[in-house]
Design a protein around this ligand. Structure first.
Ligand code: 6PG
Length: 253
């Protein structure tokens, strides 16, 4: 599926757009399927999105029908500052009326292998097989400066059979043990939104969106929903090294 690229002035505008997509996609999914299955990401990029959803959309989304999951998690307890679940709870989930039973976190306090197994079982509960995992209505992803996404890091296997994997990866000062969904799950989603901001990501973004396909080195290239939308929301700094032919090819309007 050809990605769509939207370039914004800054992260604030990316986040506003991403929040509007959340609201629209939630409404559509609830009408069509009776619920909205969304996977959140961690890291710095989505924090403003979470705040905006809490402030401006707490009464505009049918939160009782929203089920929240994560694309990956760091293996730390939920109240640790490194926990992606903890971050989303603080900034978003504690401010909206999503039922506690609809919050499906990855148990970061467990050893990674165990946490991955439990999460895979949870995904199966929401799946109507085949396949063995649920089809998300919306997934948010970020991209590291090295091209990783979720916890799919450069050099990790490209051909996987599992929906969920335990991972050990050293990236910046973040916890090394993690659990991640794989591209099998990401690529079966109805919609995947990537958000990337800042000039430190510009060279990598230019590689990821180029015609040079190297998914081993740039895991973000593994994301290619078979029957869904793939939308990149980036700021002008992150887009700074994109050749014109790429922006012409992927930018809408
Ligand atoms: C995590 C994410 C990871 C993140 C990227 C970008 O760390 O929890 O799973 O994939 O999205 O590392 O992080 P920033 O948004 O902080 O640049």
């Amino acid at each position: 599926m050809k990605p769509k690229l939207r370039i914004f002035d800054d992260l604030e505008n990316i986040s506003k757009h991403a929040a509007n997509i959340f609201s629209k996609q939630a409404a559509r999914s609830i009408v069509e399927r009776g619920q909205f299955l969304v996977a959140l990401n961690g890291g710095g990029t989505p924090t403003r999105l979470f705040q905006l959803l809490a402030a401006d959309f707490h009464d505009k989304v049918e939160w009782a029908k929203v089920h929240v999951f994560w694309g990956d998690e760091r293996c730390v307890p939920p109240d640790d500052s490194g926990s992606s679940y903890g971050q989303a709870r603080e900034l978003l989930l504690s401010h909206v009326s999503v039922p506690e039973s609809n919050i499906h976190r990855i148990k970061g306090e467990l050893p990674p292998v165990e946490a991955a197994k439990e999460y895979a079982l949870l995904l199966k509960e929401f799946a109507s097989p085949p396949p063995d995992w649920l089809r998300f209505d919306l997934i948010y992803l970020g991209m590291g400066e090295d091209g990783h996404t979720a916890s799919l890091f450069p050099g990790s296997p490209v051909h996987v059979m599992e929906a969920v994997l335990p991972v050990t990866a050293h990236y910046q000062d973040r916890p090394a043990n993690r659990v991640t969904l794989t591209q099998l799950v990401f690529n079966s989603a109805h919609m995947v939104i990537f958000m990337a901001a800042g000039e430190k990501k510009a060279s990598t973004l230019a590689e990821v969106l180029s015609d040079r396909y190297n998914p081993e080195l740039y895991p973000a290239q593994r994301i290619d929903p078979k029957d869904g939308d793939l939308i990149w929301l980036v700021d002008k700094d992150a887009a700074g090294k994109l050749p014109k032919k790429i922006t012409r090819k992927y930018c809408e309007g």
